[in-house]
Design a protein around this ligand. Structure first.
Ligand SMILES: O=C(O)CCC(=O)C(=O)O
Length: 216
């Protein structure tokens, strides 16, 4: 399926909605993938990606992250956060297909994707901003939800204004402009019995500058 943002000529095109978040640029597209296609991708990724439960450093102490994750991308896209350096696995055919579709929707280029698998309600993502230097000043991030709908929380770094957005099965969330500079985001734990959710965040990671080029 081909469509462009805010294209209302096609009556079946998913309808993008811009969030009213001061200082941010966030667009939510429900049904970006139809339900059956999203379910097929969920099953495929659950059984085929190289999932691992990584350990990060929190206040200097090693802590297992509460979810599984996998990092895929071009060979140049090493990514570091919270003391954890991730080396990319090579693109799979299914990830490449979704990458191209995301690029078309976002009108941006992506060279990597972080996959997160929230197996149940106790899996979560702490409040953070994707503001590492290797993502650039105004990163464009395309975030695809497969499986269980979970609330996504935005919190303004200064005003503490919070906004809750339910990320539905097959939806795409675009975070761009100053969103990462202004807001934190995360997925809370829940005591409700909820099913599994896989999230794919497509990103562009600037390759590290070789050390010898940094020396004068
Ligand atoms: O699972 C989500 O929707 C959030 C993912 C996220 O915040 C991230 O990958 O940085």
């Amino acid at each position: 399926m081909q469509f462009s943002l805010f294209d209302d000529d096609n009556e079946h095109a998913p309808v993008p909605r811009r969030l009213d978040l001061p200082g941010a640029d966030v667009v939510y597209i429900g049904n970006w993938l139809d339900g059956n296609t999203a379910s097929d991708y969920f099953r495929h990724f659950a059984s085929s990606l190289c999932w691992q439960q990584d350990t990060i450093k929190l206040f200097g102490k090693p802590v297992k992250i509460p979810r599984l994750q996998a990092w895929y991308g071009d060979a140049t896209t090493e990514y570091t956060y919270s003391g954890l350096t991730m080396t990319p696995h090579a693109w799979t055919r299914a990830l490449t297909t979704l990458r191209m579709k995301c690029q078309q929707t976002a009108n941006a280029s992506f060279n990597s994707v972080l996959a997160n698998w929230y197996r149940h309600g106790q899996d979560s993502m702490g409040m953070h901003a994707d503001d590492e230097p290797e993502l650039g000043a105004q990163p464009i991030i395309a975030s695809l939800t497969l499986g269980q709908a979970r609330p996504f929380i935005f919190k303004h770094k200064k005003t503490k204004l919070t906004h809750r957005l339910l990320l539905e099965h097959g939806s795409l969330l675009l975070m761009q402009g100053d969103t990462q500079r202004e807001y934190l985001h995360g997925i809370n734990k829940t005591t409700k019995a909820v099913g599994g959710r896989i999230n794919l965040t497509f990103r562009y990671v600037y390759p590290a500058i070789p050390e010898f080029l940094c020396k004068t």
